[in-house]
Ligand binder design. Structure first.
Ligand SMILES: Cc1cc2nc3c(=O)[nH]c(=O)nc-3n(C[C@H](O)[C@H](O)[C@H](O)COP(=O)(O)OP(=O)(O)OC[C@H]3O[C@@H](n4cnc5c(N)ncnc54)[C@H](O)[C@@H]3O)c2cc1C
Length: 147
């Protein structure tokens, strides 16, 4: 069972929310926990470059998770593919310089990164309470066409 909380909205700890949720459903209370996994998802965007000489940052290290949802798996996979393509080109040219690797950053910024940047702007512009309102969700769905 997975549960995510937004720290600036939560009144209880994630574990307390989880226990409350389980207590609501008799069938869930019949189960027993196997393991507990916890963690944070960075929900900002990178302020500077995500490449340097011989280095490309991908996924959480590059702040590529969706700032509104915290979903980072698909974005990390997309970025990994872009980085692999650029790495192959760089290897062919025998050049791992920052200038060449910046092509990965450009492909990310012009592609999926546009969506994360847009969602970061929305996150910054609307308060946490506003973002959970029905009106905001409806306006967001219309404005983005569900993408
Ligand atoms: C509890 C939780 C639930 C989540 N649920 C979802 C979800 O439902 N959907 C979704 O899209 N996203 C979810 N996310 C976000 C998502 O997991 C991350 O955005 C995504 O996994 C980022 O991928 P990554 O490759 O950048 O990092 P990671 O998946 O964290 O991979 C980094 C890897 O590097 C390893 N590592 C760290 N340090 C070293 C080191 N020094 N040497 C060698 N290896 C090292 C780590 O062990 C890890 O395996 C969740 C995150 C958390 C914490």
């Amino acid at each position: 069972m997975g549960l995510g909380v937004q720290a600036d909205l939560a009144r209880l700890s994630a574990l307390e929310y989880l226990h409350r949720f389980i207590a609501r459903y008799a069938f869930l209370e019949q189960g027993s926990p196997g393991t507990l996994v916890t963690g944070n998802v960075p929900v900002g965007i990178a302020r500077g470059d995500i490449v340097s000489d011989g280095l490309m940052l991908i996924g959480d290290a590059a702040r590529q998770a969706d700032p509104l949802t915290g979903g980072g798996i698909a974005n990390a996979m997309i970025a990994a593919q872009l980085a692999a393509e650029v790495a192959a080109e760089a290897l062919e040219q025998g050049n791992m310089s920052r200038d060449l690797l910046k092509e990965y950053q450009r492909r990310w910024t012009d592609g999926r990164g546009r969506k994360t940047a847009r969602n970061y702007r929305l996150k910054s512009r609307f308060s946490a309470a506003e973002r959970t309102s029905h009106g905001f969700l409806r306006a967001f769905a219309v404005a983005t066409g569900g993408k």
